[in-house]
Design a protein around this ligand. Structure first.
Ligand code: ATP
Ligand code: AMO
Length: 466
């Protein structure tokens, strides 16, 4: 077979060697009739290929053919690596290929709705280019999503989705090493699992049903079935009404459920070590991806501590109060107060990642365990990155009579969750867990401004295509 070289592996050590690469013709430029440049891209990395008319290189017909190629066509290039005297600005790789052969494997349409080079520029680069009088099309979020297949070809997007997979991979590896195993719970269920209204209703062969708002009920039932420690990576459906930068109608949930021996802090210990492991691993092994994202969407490296800060809700309320922000001590934080508290925590403790626990019981779902020392608070927590929520978790009520009482007082029709309640009638151990929004983790780790950037084909209240 042929020996291919990846564009990202082209470097000066290959000087004078013959290489064969396959990629897309991202940009094509003719210089008279005897020379042309084709920038070839693969996986977000680019190399400049030079066609020069010469007996040992290419013919005039080949130069003509190359300049007639449509952008984004797939091409095979065979040539010799050369190292130019000065830096190459139009490509990621600092070597050129002196082309001997060029084949078009498959051509793209002559006009494209998105030019990858334009779509890959940062805001600062766009401003500079516009000031310099350059013709360029600013690609807005909607256009990107409408033509997502083109949009995800940009280096930043190539990075984002590899990073997302890395988070998922480390989540799985870490939990396995802690004695957890993966399960899959049904996504077609009889009723709401979070007690909220944001649920997609459907007809299940004549019976009313829902798309699962979370694996909450079934992950707890697995604990009742002696699975001890489980996790699930799967889709979560929320019929969100509001159009925000951080809510999707379908997202990927990373869920965990475990037996508790003494205290809900055991669950927070897992969150702590899991996320320090994820962040460390991203910083250590995804530097290429992170710098590709950083180039288009500049961001500061996440500040986090070796041991994750834990604050109680009451401490948070106090910090806000001292900063002149009065909130209901038994109410919830809103987007604004969460952000504010994130800022205060960063100033005081130097971290952008922390756990806030002992939430007021009234603002948590029915299955949440109240604190043993105060009925107003609960054994629950949220986790924040840069002042925005990525995780909710809690110890759960494991006594069936009390669970019924809690559900009723939260206005839930107990009939719709009777099989869940029954699961606790045959002896259930103390347990707890948490749910992570994968898209939010990636969005906030990279300080991106919109969750649609970290969802491959996002679903929001106004979008179900492509
Ligand atoms: P959950 O609450 O289910 O854990 P979440 O992170 O999406 O997940 P929400 O309850 O939707 O959290 O919202 C958290 C806070 O954000 C709420 O207290 C609410 O005030 C605020 N919030 C939610 N939606 C919006 C919105 N569309 N605009 C402004 N603030 C919002
Ligand atoms: P919660 O409803 O807080 O908790 O969801 C858990 C996490 O999921 C993410 N998330 C979302 N991401 C994108 N779009 C949305 N519309 C959206 N809604 C939530 C957030 C959130 O922190 N059963 C509990 C978890 C548990 O206690 O185990 C639950 O679902 O990152």
């Amino acid at each position: 077979g042929k020996k291919w070289t990846k564009v990202e592996h082209l470097n000066s050590e290959l000087k004078d060697q013959v290489v064969l690469v396959r990629g897309r013709a991202q940009a094509i430029r003719a210089v008279g009739k005897k020379m042309a440049f084709v920038v070839v891209r693969k996986r977000g990395f680019t190399v400049q290929c030079v066609l020069t008319v010469a007996p040992d290189l290419v013919s005039p017909q080949m130069v003509k053919f190359a300049t007639s190629l449509s952008r984004e066509s797939i091409v095979d290039i065979e040539g010799v690596i050369s190292v130019p005297g000065q830096a190459i600005t139009g490509a990621s790789q600092q070597v050129e290929i002196q082309v001997r052969k060029l084949y078009c494997v498959n051509k793209a349409a002559p006009t494209l709705p998105i030019m990858i080079e334009d779509a890959a520029r940062s805001e600062v680069e766009i401003e500079k280019a516009l000031q310099a009088g350059e013709q360029l099309v600013r690609v807005n979020q909607d256009t990107r999503l409408n033509f997502r297949v083109l949009d995800i070809r940009t280096p930043a997007n190539q990075g984002i989705f590899r990073i997302q997979y890395h988070v998922e991979k480390i989540f799985r590896q870490f939990l396995e090493s802690e004695g957890f195993f993966g399960i899959h719970t049904p996504k077609l269920i009889a009723g709401s699992s979070e007690g909220g209204s944001a649920v997609f209703r459907l007809d299940y062969k004549g019976t009313p049903a829902c798309l699962a708002q979370s694996p909450q009920l079934h992950k707890q039932m697995s604990i009742c079935g002696d699975f001890n420690r489980v996790f699930e990576i799967g889709p979560v459906f929320r019929a969100e009404d509001s159009f925000t930068h951080r809510h999707l109608c379908e997202f990927t949930g990373l869920d965990v459920e475990m037996e508790i021996e003494e205290h809900y802090s055991e669950v927070m210990d897992i969150v702590d070590r899991l996320f320090v492991t994820i962040f460390d691993s991203l910083n250590e092994t995804c530097s290429k991806e992170l710098s590709a994202i950083n180039k288009q969407y500049p961001f500061d490296k996440l500040k986090y501590l070796r041991k994750t800060l834990r604050l109680t809700f009451e401490e948070g309320v106090q910090m806000l109060k001292e900063a002149g922000v009065e909130i209901d001590p038994l109410g919830d934080l809103n987007t604004e107060t969460e952000r504010k508290l994130g800022q205060l925590v960063l100033e005081k403790y130097g971290t952008e990642f922390y756990i806030l626990h002992r939430y007021p019981l009234a603002v948590r779902p029915f299955y949440t365990m109240p604190c043993h020392d105060s009925p107003n608070y609960s054994n629950s927590f949220d986790v924040f990155i840069r002042g925005e929520e990525i995780i909710s978790g809690a110890q759960r009520v494991h006594v069936p009579e009390f669970l019924v009482e809690r559900a009723q007082s939260c206005g839930i029709d107990v009939k719709t969750i009777s099989t869940y309640i029954d699961a606790f009638r045959y002896g259930a151990p103390p347990h707890g867990g948490f749910g992570v929004g994968l898209e939010r983790v990636v969005m906030l780790f990279c300080a991106l401004n919109n969750i649609r950037k970290t969802s491959l084909f996002p679903r929001d209240p106004q979008r179900i295509a492509p």
